[in-house]
Structure formats: C-alpha cells, structure tokens
Design a protein around this ligand. Structure first.
Ligand code: ADP
Ligand code: MG
Length: 348
C-alpha cells in the first residue's frame, strides 16, 4: 500500500476576516458562518454569509471529499492510484475531474519547464518527507527515481472518453502540488452557483478570496512569515476575487546533519529545491494555477521564477528569500502588497 502524505497542506496564509464594514447597514444582521473540516490532508475552513450557509458548506465539503477520493495517493482505489498501478501497461479511464487536473498540471509543467512536474511521485515516495521516518536516500536511489520523472511521457486522451496512460513502468503521478488548488476552484464554483458572491475558503493556506468584502473593498490576506510560528504574517496582500497560494519549505521537512530537507523536490536534481527562497506566494484567478505555479516558482528560484510570473498575464507573486528580502511582481507594486514585518525588507 502506498502510504505517503501526498495531498499535504499547511497553513501558509490567513485572512483578516472582517466581513462587516463601517459603511454597511446595521439592519443587515447576517453573521458570517464558518464550517471546518479536515480533507485533502489539510484543514478546510469556509466562511460565508448566507441564510443557507450550513447547507452550502456541506455541499462544498462533499465535493472536496469527492475530489480527494479521486486524487489521493493514500488509498489504493483512487483514480490516481489506479493510473499509477497501470504505469507502463495500459491506459486507464478517468473522470473529467482527473482529466482536467492532469491536463492543467501538464500545461503548468510546460510553463515552468518541468520545475512543477506531476510525475514527481517516485522522488516524493523515496524522500517520504512528512512521514516521520524520512532519511536522506542514497545517490543511486535518487538518480533512479529522478529518471522516472517526466511529465512529457503522460498520454492524456479524450477520444472515446477521458483516459490517461502513464507510459513508463515505475512512474508515479502525484497531484499533491495541485489538487487543493482545484478543490478551491470547485468550492468557489459551488458558492457562485448558490448565489453566494463573497466569502473565504481556506484549504490549508490555499486561500480563495471570493468577490470582495461587503463594502466593495478588497480582502486582506496575511502572508505567513516563514521564519516565525504559524499565524505570524510578514505582510498583507489586497485581493478581490483571487486565489492566494503559498509554497514553502518551512513547515514540512526534516533535519539531518544540520541540513533541512523539505517537501518540494526539484525534478532536475532529485533533491529538495535548494535556492535562496523560503516561500513563494502566487496570486491569480484560478486556484489550480496558483497552486501548481507556487510549487513550480519555488523550484525555479527567485530569478527564473520572477521572470516567469512577470511574463504571465493576471499572475502576481511574492517571493521571500532566506536573507529576509521580499520581492514582489510588477502588478503588486501599486500598493496591492503591504510589507508589515520590519525584519523583512524589499530588494530591487
Ligand atoms: P503544500 O501542498 O504543502 O501546500 P505545494 O503545493 O507546494 O505545498 O505542494 C507540495 C506537494 O507537491 C508535495 O508534498 C508533493 O506531493 C508534490 N511535489 C513536490 N515537489 C513537486 C514538484 N517539483 N512538482 C510537482 N509536485 C511536487
Ligand atoms: Mg502547489
């Protein structure tokens, strides 16, 4: 049985939940409703205002459970587990969900030139970070696993129904870097379907800020200080109807001989991404893109990562380096991001 903490998630951003506002009518007495659950290996928190809120939240949580069932590697009968079991053997029919997520995963892999790669599975399994049993694998083990990582070898078809072939034996698809993003998009879709136009869905730090606050002002989403305890923010990003997703090496890792080994693996080296970055936050419309791009940009590093983000329309990012410098993409420069922790500073 594959027991890896794949769809892992940790709080990396949080929200100032001021639904109310000075300009709002006091006769509107609707209180925000919060639903919490643990899914996709992370804490899910949904906060909305609606008379039907409990019903809508339960609908969303059911949908997230459905996505988890299809994409998890914790269970042998998820679609992804079945896909992996047939690696090198035969094509497997999948749902439109899995087909879509894998197609988008491959698209982001192309954008990031393989820094984000959904076939990272053999390396993730080998490192087993987060299991509590992790050790540094042998160099030959890493080389062997690395040789299996290749998003280009996935054959994603939709001729007679959606299907996927993992072409090489031993290859392992792992959607841990993208599934929460998709779940966020689906959660948002359900809210909109029910006529709920504003709210916050937090999937372990993958934040979907839907619409704006009641008074029309943007949501304020705190960006975790990667060097401080969870809940300590270094700055605030102001967003309307955006996903805010952070990847970092600071919450899921082990230390061996004074070195920190974290859970975001560089497919080019087979080792945890090792550059000056300690976190990358991506801000864009779709959660699925924000999730995969934050993982990819973290692997690419500051220079290449920022170059990519600045080349993409409607995608912004905040990069934090280990010397406590903060770098923001062009589109955040007009007061959309506020650095609040004096320990950190900007670097041009
Ligand atoms: P988290 O899920 O912890 O919020 P990420 O979105 O960055 O953070 O996803 C990390 C997860 O993605 C890992 O646990 C692993 O399952 C998977 N992963 C690790 N490295 C890569 C990579 N280079 N490309 C794609 N997925 C990756
Ligand atoms: Mg990700």
């Amino acid at each position: 049985m594959v027991v890896n903490r794949k769809l892992a998630g940790w709080a990396t951003a949080f929200i100032f939940l001021a639904f109310s506002c000075a300009g709002c009518s006091t006769t509107e007495k609707q209180e925000p409703y919060t639903a919490r659950d643990f899914k996709l290996d992370t804490e899910i928190i949904i906060t909305i205002e609606d008379s039907q809120a409990p019903k809508i939240c339960s609908h969303i949580l059911q949908r997230i459970t459905q996505i988890e069932k299809k994409m998890t590697l914790f269970s042998n009968d998820s679609e992804i587990a079945r896909l992996n079991a047939q690696a090198g053997l035969k094509s497997v029919e999948v749902s439109t969900d899995t087909h879509y997520v894998l197609s988008r995963a491959v698209f982001i892999s192309t954008l990031t030139q393989g820094a984000y790669d959904p076939t990272i599975g053999p390396l993730v399994k080998l490192w087993d970070i987060g299991s509590g049993l992790a050790t540094v694998p042998s160099a030959t083990g890493i080389q062997k696993a690395k040789a299996l990582v290749d998003y280009k070898s996935l054959q994603i078809n939709n001729d007679s129904g959606p299907s996927v072939l993992v072409t090489r034996p031993g290859q392992v698809v792992d959607l841990g870097g993208i599934a929460k993003g998709y779940a966020g998009d689906e959660a948002k879709r359900i809210l909109l379907e029910h006529g709920v136009l504003r709210g916050i869905i937090n999937l372990g730090g993958n934040v979907m800020a839907i619409g704006s606050k009641k008074d029309g002002s943007p949501w304020r989403v705190g960006i975790q200080n990667p060097l401080a305890p969870r809940g300590t923010y270094l700055g605030i990003v102001y967003v309307t109807d955006k996903a805010v997703v952070t990847s970092g090496g600071y919450e899921r890792y082990f230390i061996k001989d004074g070195r920190r080994y974290h859970h975001i693996i560089d497919p080019a080296t087979g080792y945890p991404a090792d550059n000056s970055l300690i976190s990358v936050t991506v801000v864009t419309k779709m959660g699925i893109d924000a999730d995969a791009l934050s993982t990819g940009a973290y692997v690419l590093g500051l220079t290449e990562g920022m170059k990519l983000i600045d080349s993409l329309d409607g995608v912004e990012a905040i990069f934090v380096t280990n010397d406590k410098k903060v770098y923001i993409s062009q589109g955040l420069k007009n007061n959309y991001f506020q650095l609040t922790d004096e320990d950190f500073s900007y670097d041009e």
